[in-house]
Design a protein around this ligand. Sequence first.
Ligand code: CDV
Length: 310
Amino acid sequence: MSRILKIGAAQSGPVQKADSREKTVARLLELMKQAKGQGCDLVVFTELALTTFFPRYYAEDRAEMDPWFEAAMPNPATQPLFEFSRDNAIGFSLGYAELTPEGEHFNTQVLIDKSGEVVGKYRKVHLPGHAEFESERSFQHLEKRYFLPGNIGFPVWHTMGGNIGMCICNDRRWPETFRVMGLQGVEMVVLGYNTPSANSLKSTESADTRKHQSLLSMQAGAYQNATWVVGVAKAGDEDGHHMIGETCIVDPDGYVVAQAETEDDELVTYDCDLDATRFLKESTFNFAAHRRIEHYGRITSQTGAEPPEE
Ligand code: CDV
């Protein structure tokens, strides 16, 4: 048996501060057209795909950052993506900064089916960085200042012939992210990321180490939950700040089966067989048969590590 979902992992090259939404959406639309031309069912865009990675900039008054946010989705600037989706029967997933009618700010990703309708919304749970300006850093990472932690959990939707979930960037480093979706039978996790190639604090981590950690996290999440994982970067140099590429598609055995070669706008495609998730889901990772939840209490009752007494 096979259940093919052809994926277009649509990596973005850098988006600069001065770039308009219209200019950036035109680039995304071009990738979507390429994906349609290659027979893709679903195109995955990156985290905060419509703007530069603005959490690197500090504003005393948070309201000054509101122009980076979208008060509705779709909206006039993103409408062309939704129209192309509907007119060409191709799904997509898009990351953006969300401003709710209640005035709350989230780092959000939506899933759109082949009729151009939003079928799922995810709000980033694990927000890295800090909330105040920190002078010891070589650049700021103010996600904790500008976003609230997501309040929707990690839902999985049955759509486009499979069980699809989402997470965003830093979420991919946490096994809990993937396991909560694994427990809903997820067959494909789609995510976007903006990962600086250097740590802003003094660190010995090289860009290669950070690429390795990114891939390792997604490969582990895929294998341990018997799911496909699609990780899509915003890559290259934004305003002097370099971010890794490595956009990839990972199979349920944890192998990277397709990967970007550039740090520019680039489409990476693969025929993902959702039935390839079945063997591990029914054997090694048959959760119902093998999990021992009586020993996992600390996972949900404790946040920080508590080492034994010396
Ligand atoms: N956008 C992110 O969440 N970036 C983080 C960086 C700051 C480490 C990441 O986990 O890639």
